[in-house]
Design a binder for this molecule. Structure first.
Ligand code: FMN
Length: 478
């Protein structure tokens, strides 16, 4: 009996050791690399959870900020496995697309042809307009908030999928350039990477950055949805020597940017800044902001007509529900209008001022699945960008530890042991699949609506629905 017990124990130890060796050597699953053996419990729970649905504490559609249905669509798309479902959908969206009686045949479909941002003639023209090849792209996330491995994977995946990638406000790092993707360089309120000695804009530094062929557009950030009225916050633990060098700030001290650009305190100053950045770089200039009230939009777009040289080439409307690496709770949820209110207001203001051909609209705010992206395009956005959708494609499990430096999947980690688990080569392929599947499924929605591609989406293709009201009871089906 004793011999049997010894043999059984040794067999178990050998099996665990074998699993351990396997886990740390594979590159597909960050959680297993970072938490060998133990990490299998997550995959076990994920797989068997489906069969335990009726016993779960939380239904699939109830987790926040992103529910399991949304995350699972992204995970499956990123792994390029089928995301067909059986037996019906658990989602209860508040809108529905109006399907056409005669959907578009395969031979009549039109792939996205690319859309130009920036004009080549007239006041506000730029030397190098940008023709964006994808209607779905990667929203800015700073190097520092993201690990170097995550930035590398995004940059390589973006190149493979033909999407642009925003730098976020933390400057341009070699990891952004590594994959050769199109880059949108962001100037945040601290002007990291392009700041002069007095805290103003260094024309020389900006010119050097814009001279990179891959840097296609410049984005002036007024605000982001997770924290309108508050600048970026990079906790001290994340301010490593390298990051301090890129941002030109002291190492090991929290990096907190002002809540607005010191040199932009009015619509006119914003216009002058846009014109200046475009003059220096020769590239299209956009503005990222969060909608507070309609009057501001009216005044801004009126100014664009009076001073066309200060008109932005695009506006990035961030919904109040946007994410970040670190934000004060008081601002995170309730400050700024959600994208469902903000986007229609911006579209209406642009139309009212006859600026539809001049200013492109980029929308963001939990637009991470094809239905939401298609909704935004129907509502009038020209492009949709996502940050957290792409972090899920990198393996994020919504542990919500971005600011701690201890992200278990290495995406926002600063601990090298955790970053090591994220293999940029493997994950770049997932980034590519996510972007591609998104485009395919949005196109599929367009074809069902009877249009040849997403460029033909219009407001008439989507309608609000009140679930539970228009149900069987009212239809007389009882
Ligand atoms: C980790 C992380 C870092 C971010 N860093 C920036 C940033 O530096 N600048 C910025 O404008 N937005 C930043 N954002 C906000 C996103 O670009 C985006 O506007 C917002 O998350 C909404 O998109 P989403 O709902 O698809 O995540 C960050 C978001 C995340 C999750």
């Amino acid at each position: 009996m004793l011999t049997f017990l010894i043999i059984a124990t040794l067999a178990v130890i050998a099996a665990i050791a074998a699993i351990y060796v396997h886990d740390i050597n594979q590159t597909q699953h960050t959680i297993l690399r970072n938490y060998p053996v133990l990490g299998h419990f997550r995959y076990f729970a994920e797989t068997w959870g489906e069969y335990m649905r009726q016993y779960q504490y939380l239904p699939d559609w109830e987790e926040r900020p992103f529910n399991r249905l949304e995350r699972s669509w992204i995970y499956r798309s990123s792994k390029n496995v089928s995301n067909y479902i059986s037996f019906g959908s658990e989602a209860t969206p508040s809108f529905a697309f109006r399907n056409a009686a005669f959907p578009v045949l395969e031979e009549d479909r039109k792939p996205f042809a690319g859309l130009q941002i920036g004009v080549i003639e007239g006041p506000g023209a730029c030397a190098r307009p940008y023709i964006a090849q994808s209607f779905f792209n990667i929203s800015g996330m700073s190097y520092g908030a993201l690990s170097h491995a995550a930035v590398s994977a995004l940059s390589r995946g973006a190149k493979m999928a033909g999407v642009w990638m925003g730098t976020g406000e933390g400057g341009l790092s070699p990891f952004h350039l590594e994959g050769g993707a199109d880059i949108v360089f962001q100037i945040g309120t601290a002007k990291y990477g392009v700041c002069d000695e007095n805290g103003g804009l260094s024309e020389e530094r900006l010119r050097t950055i814009a001279a990179h062929e891959n840097v296609r557009m410049i984005e002036v950030k007024l605000a982001q949805g997770a924290k309108p009225g508050k600048g970026g916050v990079l906790p001290a633990i994340k301010v490593t020597k390298e990051i301090a060098g890129i941002r030109n700030i002291p190492e090991g001290q929290a990096s907190i940017s002002p809540n607005r650009h010191r040199d932009i305190g009015s619509i006119r100053e914003l216009g002058e800044f846009i014109a200046r950045v475009r003059r220096i770089t020769g590239k299209p200039v956009g503005v990222k902001f969060v909608v507070g009230d309609a009057q501001h939009l009216d005044e801004w777009f009126t100014d664009c007509l009076q001073h066309p040289e200060g008109c932005p080439d695009y506006v990035h409307v961030d919904g109040g529900e946007g994410g970040t690496g670190a934000a004060p709770e008081a601002l995170a949820e309730c400050m700024g209008l959600p994208i469902t209110m903000a986007l229609p207001m911006v579209v209406a203001a642009r139309e009212q001022h006859a600026l539809t051909k001049r200013i492109r609209i980029v929308a963001a705010g939990k637009l991470v699945t094809p239905d939401k992206v298609a909704w935004a395009l129907c509502t009038g956005a020209d492009f949709v960008v996502s940050a957290r959708g792409f972090t899920f494609s990198l393996g994020c499990i919504q542990a919500m530890k971005c600011g701690s430096g201890n992200c278990p999947t290495g995406v926002t980690a600063s601990d090298p042991k955790l970053i090591k688990g994220l293999d940029p080569t493997d994950k770049s392929v997932r980034v590519m699949h996510y972007a591609k599947r998104m485009r395919e499924d949005v196109e599929m929605i367009a074809h069902s609506c009877g249009v040849a591609g997403p460029e033909e989406f219009a407001l008439r293709h989507v309608t609000a629905v009140e679930r539970g009201v228009a149900g069987f009871r009212n239809s007389g089906a009882e």
